[in-house]
Design a protein. Sequence first.
Lengths: 497, 276, 330
Amino acid sequence: MSTYQEYLKGEREQTWRAELRKMTPNKERTTIERVKMPELDPQIRIHYQDREVNLGLTAEQAVLEARRCLDCPTPTCIEGCPVSINIPKFVKNIERGEFLEAAKTLKETSALPAVCGRVCPQEKQCEAQCFYTQKMKKTPVAIGYLERFAADYERESGRMSVPEVAAPNGIKVAAIGSGPASLSFAGDMIKLGYDVTVFEALHEIGGVLKYGIPEFRLPNKIVDVELTNLEKMGVKFERNFIVGKTASFDDLKAEGFAAFFVASGAGLPRFMNIPGENYNGILSSNEYLTRVNLMNAASDAFDTPVLRGKNVAVIGGGNTAMDSVRTAKRLGAERAMIIYRRSRDEMPARVEEVHHAEEEGIEFINLTNPVEYFANERGRVNRMRVQRMELGEPDASGRRSPRVIEGSEYDIDVDLVVVAVGVSPNPLIPSALKELKVSRWGTIEVDKESMQSSVPELFAGGDIVRGGATVILAMGDGRRAAAGMHRYLTGDQTSNH
Amino acid sequence: MNQIVEKTWFSDKVAKIVVEAPRIARSRKPGHFVILRVDEQGERIPLTITDSDPEKGTITLVVQVMGVSSAKLCSMNPGDKILDLVGPLGQATHIYPAGTVLACGGGVGVAPMLPIVEGFKKAGCRVISILAARTKELIILEEEIRRWSDEVIIMTDDGSYGRQGLITAGAEEVIQREKVDACIAIGPAVMMKFTAQLTKKYNIPTQASLNAIMVDGTGMCGACRVTVGGQTKFTCVDGPEFDAHQVDFDELILRLGGYRDEEKHASDCKCNSHHS
Amino acid sequence: MKANLTTRFFGLELKSPVVAASSSMTGNVDQIRKIADAGAGAIVLKSIFEEEIYHQLQEELSRRNEFLSDPEYLDYFDYVIKDESLRKYVKLVSDAKAAAGVPVVASINCATSNEWMAFAAKLQEAGADALELNLFVAPSDYGKTGQDHENFYFTVVDRVLRHVSIPVSIKISHYFSNLAGMVQKLSQTGVAGISLFNRFYAPDIDIAAEKVVAADVLSADNEYLLPLRWTGILAGKTACRLAGTTGIHTAETAVKFLLAGASAVQVASALYQHGPAVVADMNSGITRWMDEKGYVSIDDFRGKLSLQNVGNATAWERVQFMKYFGEKEF
């Protein structure tokens, strides 16, 4: 049995856990129905960019939901978690009313519990591995809602725990980019006693958490609280600093940095390269969301403008497309449309987001693909030509490929188009380091376990390695890279879980 | 850091601002620009670095008041701090011993042109600089340009200074009287467009420094995209300088007007709030 | 009295009627240079294939499954692959132009119509002198009618013509029930030339392994007979010029096509088998024949033996062997 499993077993055998299990028989636990997350009414929420849709569980709801958890001897839920949160431990703490303890448990492994509780696709991760899902074919324990509850409770109580930090070991390490991968990396490294500096190109820390995910899903204020925690632990943040431009890697090495974690993200917008795509009123989702989420462009009190449209089309089917189209709705669109080449069921966006979008009146135009844009005499887009698709054979990813239906073209009136068809790795760092091994698509190649690149003192993780993935996967990379870099710097071969 | 150490008005619309930015001053080369944000409410705006002093740790920016953000910046004084300043961004100018270089600067475009002119002169070229603007007030950096040019021609639309006429008229005269090996054109998009058309006739390799709209400046949003030689390029990471004969200037001009309504609205709001 | 091999096809003046057809040889800049140096009138670049792009996508997608990928990223990955293929092809066009010194024709092989229009425009920007559309979809779809198949050709041609201003020519198969009418109609769309006929990947059977395999890639010597017949029948009846292709391996065969009415011939298998030198051989063979016959230019004899000029319908159109025997006198 590995040390981690021994640890889990040891925790589970604690008196309080054993007693808690005895208090309610499993048969009773399984009769409790999964809690429904209270939501802000759609008709109200479409007028507010900054009001969360999910309102959070009450303490009673949380305790009841926590009771459903059977505290399995072999918790399969943890296997589904990219950052290996000790799920049964935090859930059971909630059940016994120790909410602050639950938050502390979360922080043992996750640097951003309030973030994860809100944006993780739990339905594909921990909850998909829950005993309820796997063995009983019932709805799983609402692990995500509980995580959010514990994190929010701690924040609102004003008694935020600061995880213990080892004595400083004098070794300086740098993280490039301040998104979820770097924050996770920084959290682990600071705990090990390293001197950690996070360099960020933009003027705000948080990366995609701040500029990409809208306020109604993840308020920036909540991200700030988690960041303050990291600062309290000793992590240093340098804003407006582009490694490779403001200073080179060599400059930083001369300043004493021993190793680097590159997590500069997949911040290169992709366009479809179809005719008319450079007309005014056609933006990448990065531009649209950055203006609204990072620069507060929707507010007159802020100087950055944003284009508003009555008929807004968002091209794409992922979470970014959902974020963009729901933002457009909130900014006053009469028609806010999703144009996606595959069917509704195949949309990669989280089911919950699609569901919320539907409630808000978003139109889903599936099996449709744009081919050309047209503009008025001032160069502003006013029409888009689309063609219908049908699904053909499954491709190598297992999803059915969309095929054009000949002669099926028609036009849709639009005055704003947001292109959310994915992002590519930002080329700034790879171009600054010629010796860095980079894939043909611009992703940095790394060892999957240690996240070490072809340059020994350089590790990488997050979207710059994966192409374009989720916050939680980036965090998992950050943790693995921290372990890998720690081994590299100290020659320590024991696995750091 | 980011403290303004010097501020001078060239005219009632154009100001020179020297800012403390040691790291940027050290890493900067001609052609690079910065993105700055004056305050929490401010926009991120790009400005070419006109000059830098690595020893003092300062950079020089030349700003023309055109809208809300530039007005805010120009109203700041020595001692004030710029909230956010990042750089150096973009690709540095490709300076090489070209021979005879014709540098055409329109309006405030002369500011980014200065370091390039200096660079080419130091590389041993013969440099002929043409400065053009609507009127005398808008001609800037004349002394500084003279220092690094073998000849300076000044053109104004209204004839209030130098000769009357458009920059292209002045440029064509030079081209017709001597062999020009390379040309630089920096200024309003329409000026660069016509200058490029002129030099194309004579097959003179020409670089233009584009002034596209930007948000992040690091290649992340695509707001600054331009079409060069049929391909989409990002002004902030692939430019800001491009082969002028390949740039789709009409598209650039169109895209520069993309936020005109919103910018007017913002200006109006500011005016109204001042009156209330 | 030296013969002049100048001719016109692809909407361009060519210094020789011998053109390098689209093949993997014309995807390599060194080979292109050698073929051009050997005297080819033009180079048709290796085709950019929609199918190839599809396969690259499959490969990339299957590799990504290992490293826990996100469907959101892969969703539009085919566009990324298309972009990359296009960029590579655009580079091939400009490199080929720099190396060849003769007209370079970009070639697109389209299975479906829509997405290639923007490509075509980009190829023009890259400097291609003309565009060849390699048009063929095997009529094996039971759900489609003959009309459906024919419409496809006109739709594609119409779309491409609207998106580019360089000359567009097409290469087609003979799979039409009204071939003559079809080619004539196609010639009236504004295309700069029609090449008869495409040669396709063919399936064969390995009876030892009991498997369907690929047939031999190279054309046999007598494969030219089919396109020769139709060149002869169609010459003079089309609004644009014609070229022959498939099975043209010698100067003699090239002359046959010119006599039948073609303005050029496209060769591929000959290049594979004999290398770029075969172009020089064919050029000198044609010149020798012309000199012997006293012809100074290609126009002097082009189409001399075409159906239109010879008037002997039987010679060109006869398909039944019975008829041949039927004419014999006993």
